[in-house]
Design a protein around this ligand. Structure first.
Ligand code: SF4
Length: 341
């Protein structure tokens, strides 16, 4: 999979007041990309496409260079205390992705150039909680690694937290373009996680992302650069033959990590869920998807903002959890399983 290159770039004028904004403008000009000006991302107009679906696809390869105005960070349980906003949106096309509903009609990718202001805000949160460690999740609203070869803002964040006393950074990715992050001075404060899944899930639901083997090769490089390593298995999905499919996943993972120190590896486990609004959007954008979203078969769980989600029935969820915990214990006896949700 080639690294992401936007088809179209919008730049907010205020972004040019920041060095990174100017740098990116220059870079995209040198790359020969089409650049348009926009007063604010809400004013992004004229994304090409004859119909909604085409516009959606084109938006996913459109990059908006802007500034982050809201400096109040969202919480990010259970993986971290706060979500640090470095970017929103993603060029991947995972059918189940929750960004489809959270980003609504604005699926383009936005990168923020006022990094110092974002880091100052992070500092305030750390100050409030110290001497407790505060963890920041950088992949709540995007797959940040997938665009960072262009912006290097994640690299700056890694080095920022590398210097901090009470802060830690974490993020997850399905992309393998990690080379520029290998020499970042992380000081062990960043946990670099990769999203992994059974062959069935990757093949059917994750178009536009790096293959399993590419992700694993990147994981080896990252471990070689001394980063604490982790894996998120999400969404855990009950497809036909899921038991064998997930066992094989951990077996392959174990083989691929031959030679990597496995003492400090973490796993996070997230079962598949969907909301009613998400189902509607997914059916529109990926009408041929095989993703099973039958409300009748699921358990309803009340959620934030009054939008409940459909998870597996208690018994089915517990089968998933038990089996996957067993596979992890079998192949990674020293790993920490941080949660199943
Ligand atoms: S890679 Fe992650 S953020 Fe991007 S579409 Fe897939 S699930 Fe969504």
């Amino acid at each position: 999979m080639e690294p992401f290159v936007p088809q179209l770039v919008y730049i907010e004028p205020r972004a040019l007041e920041y060095p990174l904004g100017q740098e990116l403008k220059q870079k995209f000009e040198d790359m020969g990309l089409e650049i348009r000006e926009t007063t604010s991302h809400n004013q992004v107009r004229g994304i090409p496409g004859d119909n909604e679906l085409q516009q959606y696809r084109n938006a996913k390869s459109t990059l908006v260079v802007g500034i982050r105005k809201t400096l109040k960070f969202d919480t990010s349980k259970p993986s971290a205390e706060y979500a640090i906003p470095l970017a929103t949106g993603c060029m991947g096309h995972c059918h189940y992705c929750y960004l489809q509903t959270t980003l609504g009609s604005k699926p383009y990718i936005r990168t923020y150039v006022n990094l110092d202001e974002i880091f100052e805000q992070a500092e305030k949160y750390m100050e409030e909680r110290k001497p407790e460690i505060t963890r920041f999740e950088a992949a709540c609203t995007s797959d940040i690694v997938g665009i960072d070869h262009l912006t290097h803002s994640l690299k700056r964040a890694i080095e920022y937290f590398g210097e901090s006393e009470y802060g830690q950074l974490r993020f997850v990715t399905k992309f393998h373009h990690v080379d520029h992050l290998l020499d970042a001075k992380h000081n062990g404060k960043t946990r670099f996680r990769f999203s992994i899944n059974s062959r069935y899930v990757i093949k059917n639901f994750e178009p536009g992302t790096s293959s399993f083997d590419e992700r694993l090769e990147a994981a080896r490089k990252v471990a070689g650069a001394g980063y604490p390593l982790g894996f998120i298995v999400a969404p855990i999905y009950r497809h036909e033959g899921w038991e064998e499919g997930y066992r094989e996943l951990f077996e392959r993972l174990h083989q691929s990590l031959d030679g990597v120190n496995l003492d400090d590896i973490t796993f996070e486990l997230i079962q598949h869920r969907f909301t009613k609004p998400a189902k509607k959007v997914i059916m529109k954008r990926y009408p041929k998807t095989k993703l099973e979203m039958d409300e009748e078969k699921r358990k309803y769980k009340w959620g934030r903002y009054g939008i409940g989600k459909y998870v597996y029935q208690t018994e089915e969820a517990s089968q998933l959890e038990t089996s996957i915990r067993e596979y992890i214990h079998e192949f990674f006896p020293k790993a920490e399983i941080q949660y199943f949700t």
